[in-house]
Design a protein around this ligand. Structure first.
Ligand code: FMN
Length: 343
């Protein structure tokens, strides 16, 4: 089991945010799988993203590499809030009360709108808390569902026209981090993480860690020895943007591109070495940091986890939790069983 602020992920395996975690039925199936220790929703915006036929995915012939041109979910945040409330207030397929965390992936191009979205998620947590008070039966150990929610801010989608992924440019990123930090310091039981893009050189990792550390504060009543930081986890990495595959590489005709855009984000096996490098670099920088709150930041390793061996490599590189998207798209929910078969 891996504890990240209020959430426990057991087993430390989940889906990363993607098109196959988009609607209520997909989320229910992911939630009910005994092989996932948590689930992540597809990235929601406040009012839903205008998806059209240019937004799609293709798989490399090997099937373990993907390229996609999707933006965010067409479903608005309020749909995810209602589906997650439903998941966390009804027994699972096995008849047990829910104890599995849900990472709600969100994003916005405006920090003011992001703030509204965070307020909506805090309201969801309040409603879940009320539900718990009304139905709690501590003798049978029902988990307070308000503690099962985490926010994952997607800072790294490479497919949004005219909008660079904010995590590649700190002047865009900082206003969003400020919103999350202020939400956390008003309520430190809020578990917050950042979905980061693949970075390509070492000083970028150092810049990110230095920036995160500016949000640490001394923990009250600890004589300055202990510190708090709003960011409990980072998820590394999102897809690698601006990639191009030809249709004949994905089983199609020779004279066209695999995607209509034609550029898209690369995921799966081809991303694996870069994702491992990102996980390794952050894990080293976190572990060596003088600030105890930075040393506590957990890493969810994502990128080319398509086999048990790849899952183990993520852990060896420094991830405490591992996630996948391309394999889920290929195999459906049995992906998580495949990633568990060595245990
Ligand atoms: C079809 C598709 C849709 C995706 N949508 C999202 C998304 O909505 N939000 C997000 O943070 N990442 C999204 N991703 C990125 C994945 O979460 C993941 O970071 C990336 O694909 C690398 O993991 P993989 O190698 O297991 O595919 C998407 C990936 C794919 C393939």
């Amino acid at each position: 089991m891996v504890k990240i602020n209020t959430i426990d992920i057991d087993p430390p395996l989940l889906n990363s945010s993607c098109a196959w975690a988009s609607d209520k039925a997909q989320l229910r199936e992911l939630y009910d799988s005994p092989y996932t220790g948590a689930i992540t929703t597809r990235t929601a915006t406040l009012n839903g993203f205008g998806q059209d036929e240019t937004h799609t995915v293709a798989f490399f012939e090997s099937k373990t590499t993907s390229i996609n041109s999707y933006g965010y979910s067409p479903h608005p945040l309020r749909s995810y809030i209602s589906w997650v409330y439903d998941l966390l207030t009804n027994p699972t397929a096995s008849g047990a009360w829910p104890a599995k965390p849900v990472l709600i992936s969100i994003t916005s191009s405006s920090s003011t709108v992001l703030q509204e979205m965070v307020v909506e998620i805090e309201e969801l947590r309040n409603r879940l808390h009320q539900f718990h008070l009304a139905h709690s039966r501590p003798a049978v150990g029902i988990v307070n569902p308000a503690t099962l929610i985490a926010i994952e801010l997607n800072t790294s989608c490479p497919n949004i026209k005219d909008l660079p992924p904010p995590a590649y440019n700190f002047s865009f990123l900082v206003p969003f981090l400020d919103v999350l930090a202020s939400a956390y310091y008003s309520d430190p039981s809020l578990t917050i993480g950042l979905k980061l893009p693949p970075y390509l050189y070492y000083t970028r990792f150092q810049d990110v860690v230095r920036r995160l550390a500016t949000y640490s504060r001394p923990k009250p009543d600890s004589d300055g020895v202990e510190t708090l930081n709003p960011f409990a986890f980072v998820t590394c990495t999102n897809t690698l943007g601006s990639c191009l595959l030809f249709a004949d590489q994905t089983g199609g005709g020779a004279d066209s591109f695999a995607l209509p855009t034609p550029l898209g984000g690369l995921g799966g096996e081809a991303l694996h070495p870069l994702a491992l490098g990102n996980v390794y670099s952050f894990s080293k920088l976190f572990a060596e940091h003088q600030d105890p709150a930075i040393r506590r930041i957990a890493i969810i390793g994502v990128g080319g986890v398509t086999s048990c061996e790849a899952r183990q490599r993520m852990t060896r590189a420094g991830a405490s939790v591992v996630a996948c998207a391309t394999l889920l798209g290929q195999q459906g929910v049995k992906a998580f069983e495949l990633l568990t078969k060595d245990e």
